[in-house]
Design a binder for this molecule. Structure first.
Ligand SMILES: O=P(O)(O)OC[C@H]1O[C@H](OP(=O)(O)OP(=O)(O)O)[C@H](O)[C@@H]1O
Ligand code: HPA
Length: 185
């Protein structure tokens, strides 16, 4: 058996809980209502931004009571680190995006470079109608593309490294049911 790295359990034990599971559920319910008002009846494709968007996407789509397709894309720039670097496109959307209504779903809007690249790709592919949903907006003045703001934001947090509900600490704790901040970060 490959052991879990030594600091992983300790990070959870010492973390500050920023949002509980029930607070997150309330936020997702609100997002689902807002999204339904905007794209119900538009035959959208919902793209989960892997890996972080996985948990929110799963929760969110069960609350959208109209026909839609679910798919994924994978753009990553943190690679299990706590600082982002250059963006690596691991999987572009497989579908034709031209003239489609698209909903991009991700866990966190931090510096925004990831979302910026995804929006640029969607525009290049001439999507019809583009919407972006994120669970968490991290509040700071380092946004790479201040012109791009997600249409649907679940919660806002202070400028700390967070994990849980899709977000990882060194690849772990995406499965944590709340949102936590690493002690001292
Ligand atoms: O706003 P930014 O500063 O660009 O950061 C946000 C992005 O970073 C994380 O992905 P990550 O690169 O960790 O990939 P992963 O989800 O596959 O771990 C997160 O899931 C977002 O997609
Ligand atoms: O604070 C964060 N936590 C986890 N993943 C992230 N990706 C960007 N920012 C973060």
């Amino acid at each position: 058996m490959t052991p879990v790295p030594g600091d992983i359990q300790q990070v959870m034990d010492e973390a500050d809980c920023l949002f509980s599971e029930s607070q997150i559920e309330v936020a997702i319910d609100r997002m689902a209502k807002e999204i339904s008002n905007d794209i119900s009846g538009k035959n959208p494709i919902v793209f989960s931004v892997m890996n972080g968007g996985l948990v929110l996407t799963g929760k969110l789509v069960t609350k959208l009571g109209f026909p839609l397709e679910v798919s994924y894309l994978h753009a990553t720039r943190y690679r299990n680190e706590t600082r982002g670097s250059e963006l690596d496109w691991k999987a572009f959307p497989a579908q034709q995006l031209k003239d489609r209504t698209i909903l991009i779903v991700d866990d966190i809007y931090d510096e925004g470079a990831t979302l910026g690249a995804i929006v640029d790709h969607c525009r290049t592919e001439q999507v019809g109608d583009l919407h972006v949903a994120v669970l968490l907006n991290k509040l700071h003045d380092r946004k790479a593309r201040p012109d791009i703001l997600p249409d649907y934001i679940g919660l806002e947090c202070e400028d700390r490294f967070v994990f849980g509900f899709g977000m990882d600490y060194k690849g772990y704790w995406r499965n944590a049911p709340g949102i936590y901040a690493v002690k001292g970060m």
